[in-house]
Unconditional design. Structure first.
Length: 322
């Protein structure tokens, strides 16, 4: 649980350098279609900034809440246009009840359905998409970046959101600077294409970072009475892959350890893994770990399976009509 100031100094410095370098390249390249390469690069950097904000929210970086919050507001709201306060509230509820149908906002059936019960009770858009949601999952992630920005601004209407004025000011400053840069340097057509490519890749990368962690794992309801250890372990999945996957997923591939010790600095999670895995084996608690490609396969298979009632209902309606 010890702090890792050296690691975070290096990581924040590297991500910050890449962020500045990306925007410097944007202004150097100018009004050119080569900017789409810059858009893709900045999308990857934005996702890495979001992963840094995640660690800040869990107080892994600074000792005091105030320092972590200040850094989170600058990195999240001003840096990438995502409300730090909104995300922290949402993520805290997720950690308390991972994959719980009533309490985890990450598995609410807003667009996709995550259980057969949700599928059978779905209406409107989730019911329409749910029939083919496994095939639509990755295409839908292209909209996740836009969704994060919209949700951040919608959260400003909540009286419970702390520092609403500051959050609003930083979000508006980000949007103003972002759009001013795009439409000043690029022609209107190229500016719109840059924005679409940048936000789409950002959404796909960020979605691919979080999807392997819990999606496709057991869903819980009020009838499931599990202790803290089992609630966190049984709903989480670790992803193997060495330092490459560690970097791509920001250390969240050690999801089981992260959920058991959310304040543990990211580089220490791999050190805790053997201890946690051995302890789970002693208690005969399933400890799931797989490769990155396999994790996505499990997610897609789960989405396809829970959408089965909707496909069956569609076939029955067609047969009745004929």
């Amino acid at each position: 649980m010890d702090r890792r100031p050296g690691y975070y100094t290096l990581r924040l410095g590297l991500v910050g350098t890449l962020f500045v370098a990306g925007w410097a390249a944007f202004f150097v390249v100018g009004d050119s279609w080569y900017q789409l390469l810059v858009a893709a690069f900045l999308a990857l950097v934005f996702a890495q900034v979001a992963l840094v904000a995640h660690d800040l929210a869990h107080r892994q970086v600074f000792r005091t809440r105030r320092a972590g919050q200040a850094a989170g507001l600058l990195v999240g709201n001003l840096g990438i246009g995502m409300s730090y306060g909104w995300w922290m509230d949402k993520h805290t509820r997720h950690h308390a009840h991972p994959n719980h149908e009533e309490h985890d906002p990450d598995v609410s059936p807003d667009v996709l359905v995550w259980s057969v019960e949700q599928a059978e009770a779905s209406r409107g858009l989730p019911r329409f998409i749910g029939r083919r949601q496994a095939f639509l999952f990755f295409p839908l992630l292209t909209l996740e970046g836009f969704n994060l920005h919209v949700a951040s601004f919608r959260a400003l209407r909540r009286p419970s959101l702390k520092h609403r004025a500051l959050e609003a000011g930083l979000l508006l400053a980000h949007v103003a600077a972002y759009l001013a840069a795009l439409f000043t340097v690029l022609s209107p057509g190229r500016a719109v294409v840059f924005l679409l490519v940048h936000q789409a890749i950002f959404g796909v990368y960020l979605g691919c970072t979080f999807a392997p962690n819990h999606k496709g794992m057991p869903m819980l309801t009020g009838e499931d009475e599990l202790d803290f250890l089992r609630r966190q372990v049984l709903t989480s999945r670790n992803v193997r892959g060495g330092w490459v996957v560690d970097t791509l997923l920001g250390g969240l591939n050690y999801q089981i350890e992260h959920h058991l010790f959310p304040g543990m600095p990211t580089p220490n999670l791999r050190r805790a893994q053997p201890i946690v895995r051995e302890y789970c084996a002693e208690l005969k608690i399933p400890y799931l770990e797989c490769g990155l490609a396999d994790s996505y396969g499990q997610v897609l298979r789960h989405l396809h399976e829970v959408g089965a009632p909707l496909r069956a209902g569609g076939r029955r309606a067609t047969e009745s009509a004929t």
